[in-house]
Design a protein around this ligand. Structure first.
Ligand SMILES: [Zn+2]
Length: 104
């Protein structure tokens, strides 16, 4: 089943952004298998498709972001104008994609 495809800020299509999320989910389960402790690197999920930077989060921090739809783990400062930053510290930020108010 396919969900309706939306467009995220900065022109990155949701499926492209989801690719980063899947990679991060995979990283997360691998870290969990290794019983990683403390902060571990996750790929920045910002709207810039060429961004390959990493943000450091604990597994718990990442899980909290990943289970909320529309939220992305990014590096501080990588947020797009259409996104609201719901968390920011010196290691990582959480951007929330604001749904457009009217459908196209
Ligand atoms: Zn980025």
């Amino acid at each position: 089943m396919h969900e309706r495809i939306g467009r995220t800020p900065g022109g990155r299509l949701a499926p492209e952004r989801d690719r980063f999320r899947r990679a991060n989910d995979e990283l997360g389960s691998r870290y969990a298998e290794l019983s990683a402790e403390g902060v571990v690197p996750f790929i920045c999920e910002c709207a810039d498709e060429r961004c390959t930077r990493v943000a450091s989060l604990t597994l718990d921090e990442y899980a909290a972001v990943a289970r909320t739809p529309g939220r992305y783990v990014i590096l501080p400062g990588h947020e797009h104008d259409d996104e609201r930053v719901v968390h920011r510290d010196d290691r990582y930020a959480v951007a929330e994609w604001r749904e457009p108010e009217r459908a196209v």
